[in-house]
Design a protein around this ligand. Structure first.
Ligand SMILES: C[S@@+](CC[C@H](N)C(=O)[O-])C[C@H]1O[C@@H](n2cnc3c(N)ncnc32)[C@H](O)[C@@H]1O
Length: 439
């Protein structure tokens, strides 16, 4: 009698797969469970080309995932079980790639079918093959079916956000959804301390990088295609930074004057801190609650060769813990917010934010405003900023603040107010410049 054969070993899923497609699928699965895309997408160990593909797939899949999930449901006889979320994520990435890439479809299907084995799910090869081939056969009809579903599904947004946008912008909400699904432009801010915009445009031109002056920001330059920052002329010498034109408005609106004491209250990673220092010689204090993020400010100021600022890890809503008691001439409060204005840059927001977060964030913003107002000298100005499009965090927040603080006056400065995503190519932002009455 021959000895009993050992049971056939089941293939095991690979932890850090070499396939960029699997890395994107893993990232999607982790964002579903609450991780940010920055933390979820692991690029280590991939060649630069594969890193770019993993990023392209992860961003595209998160941008359109809520729609692709509905599409996948139309293709399945029964939904995936909890232990099959890895397979579900892989098929959603596959549907995105089949729709968005120019790789021959048969090759793409073949690749994804093979990847089911790397998940340790050989049994799913037939299923993946059938689902993806049926999608290709019935694409037009299936896409039309999803187009006809409610806007939250067809335009891939969470239903709560669509409802809030419809309420706030009864005319404009469809354009906001479209802008959130568009690819963001790659925008630079030229360091005005060391080079003019025209001269930096000439440097880009010499380097063969197509770019033009941004119409919405005096220091802004928009590139035709995104670039690795290290390949930009004078990057290490601090000639330029990456920053959307809407974010570039903060320093312009606060307009720091030489010698002023300025507080940047929620400062990390420091894009606006640096811009303030590029515009004037000021005594700047930058506070952020996250010590890890505060380190990034230091690195940014060093690269840009800017004068030092006082950097403090602290809670801006509890100034007694860190304030030296001297009033500020100007304060920037770039408050934590829903980030609903920058979804085109951070599509994971569609999964990570929830309706109840908006009210909770508004409470935090109010506490920050109240605490910081007491630090402003009479006649001084506080610029309140968010990258949100929701009135509860913006206009309604400021209206309530002005009602409760009779010494607060809302300045009607051009360029302030609500910027909707896509307006003049910008991210969605909100600015309110408050002046404290008195001398
Ligand atoms: C919108 S981001 C600021 C972006 C920054 N101004 C820039 O331009 O690079 C908000 C920041 O607020 C910080 N933050 C959140 N709650 C805070 C608090 N209570 N006190 C101070 N900082 C806080 C977060 O760590 C985050 O870095």
């Amino acid at each position: 009698m021959s000895p009993a054969r050992p049971p056939a070993s089941r293939p095991k899923a690979v932890k850090s797969p070499s396939s960029p497609r699997l890395r994107a699928a893993q990232a999607l699965e982790q964002v579903w469970s609450g991780k940010s895309l920055d933390d979820a997408l692991v690029l280590e160990g991939l060649a630069p080309r594969d890193q770019a593909q993993a990023q392209w797939l992860a961003f595209g899949t998160l941008r359109w995932g809520l729609r692709l999930e509905a599409l996948l449901n139309l293709l399945l006889e029964k939904p995936f079980k909890a232990r099959e979320q890895d397979l579900k994520a892989l098929l959603i990435v596959a549907l995105y790639e089949l729709d968005a890439s120019r790789v021959p479809e048969a090759v793409t299907v073949h690749e994804y079918v093979a990847l089911t084995s790397q998940l340790g799910k050989d049994w799913a090869r037939g299923l993946a093959n059938a689902v993806l081939r049926r999608y290709l056969r019935e694409k037009t009809a299936l896409d039309a079916k999803v187009d006809a579903m409610e806007p939250a599904v067809a335009k891939a947004h969470p239903a709560w956000l669509v409802e809030m946008l419809q309420q706030a912008y009864p005319q404009h909400w469809p354009a906001i959804l479209d802008a959130n699904n568009a690819h963001p432009p790659f925008v630079l801010r030229v360091n005005a301390r060391v080079i003019s915009r025209d001269d930096y445009l000439a440097r880009l031109n010499e380097a063969g990088i197509a770019a033009r002056a941004h119409p919405a920001s005096p220091a802004g330059i928009e590139l035709d295609t995104p670039q690795a920052v290290e390949s930009l002329p004078g990057w290490q010498a601090g000639l330029a930074s990456v920053q959307d034109a809407a974010a570039q408005r903060a320093a312009i609106l606060l307009d720091p004057q030489p010698g002023e004491r300025v507080l940047d209250a929620c400062a990390a990673p420091g894009g606006k801190t640096a811009h303030l220092l590029e515009r004037a010689d000021i005594a700047l204090t930058a506070v952020d609650i996250s010590p890890a993020r505060l380190k990034r400010i230091r690195a940014t100021l060093e690269r840009l060769k800017l004068p030092t600022a006082t950097l403090i890890a602290g809670d801006a809503a509890q100034p007694d813990d860190w304030w030296d008691g001297q009033l500020f001439d100007a304060i920037l409060l770039d408050a934590p917010c829903s980030a609903t204005g920058v979804i085109r840059r951070h599509p994971d927001i569609k999964y990570l934010r929830h309706a109840e977060d908006v009210a909770a964030t508004a409470v935090l913003q109010q506490a920050l405003l109240d605490a910081l107002w007491a630090l402003l000298r009479p006649g001084g100005r506080l610029l309140y900023a968010t990258c949100s499009v929701l009135p509860a965090e913006n206009a309604a927040q400021i209206e309530a603040f002005c009602q409760q603080h009779k010494d607060a006056h809302l300045a009607s400065t051009p360029g302030s107010g609500q910027i909707l995503p896509g307006t003049e190519g910008m991210d969605g932002f909100f600015y309110a410049l408050l002046v404290r009455e008195g001398q």
